[in-house]
Write a protein that binds this ligand. Structure first.
Ligand SMILES: [Zn+2]
Length: 65
């Protein structure tokens, strides 16, 4: 089992920035954009704003416990 020094937080962020920058509403591929993460308490909120149509996507992830 390989271990990694990268935090789950970082891994998730990179995952979003690599695979999920296409706006589901207008299909715009925001290749230069990124999900912005805000950490509050044990929760991480991700936000992506489509530069084409302005649609805002939000995701909240609990880092638990
Ligand atoms: Zn859009």
């Amino acid at each position: 089992m390989a271990s990694t020094n990268r935090s789950p937080f970082e891994r998730l962020r990179n995952q979003y920035n690599e695979v999920d920058l296409v706006c589901p509403k207008c299909g715009y591929d925001d290749a230069d954009g990124e999900w912005q993460a805000v950490t509050t308490g044990g929760v991480v909120q991700y936000r992506h704003i489509c530069p084409s149509c302005g649609s805002i996507r939000r995701r909240t992830i609990s880092l638990g416990p």
